[in-house]
Write a protein that binds this ligand. Structure first.
Ligand SMILES: [Zn+2]
Length: 69
């Protein structure tokens, strides 16, 4: 197994985050990708940031009381 190292920034796994699981990812410097030990997620920093933005969008209305359906 490749030696995993923490990246410059410590990202959470976006796929685990979607399942309400808080899991740090390791950085594969040979491939320049982050990967998760818990699920099979592998991706570059840009992909991680894109998914994190998606995750934030999901909870964008969390402070708004929704009365109309
Ligand atoms: Zn994961």
């Amino acid at each position: 197994m490749a030696q995993g190292r923490k990246g410059k920034l410590n990202y959470r796994c976006p796929r685990c985050l979607m399942r309400e699981i808080d899991m740090d990812m390791l950085f594969d410097s040979a491939k320049g990708e982050y990967y998760c030990l818990r699920c099979s997620f592998v991706g570059p920093e840009s992909e991680v940031q894109r998914l994190n933005a998606q995750f934030r969008a999901k909870y964008l209305d969390r402070t708004v009381r929704i009365t109309d359906f």
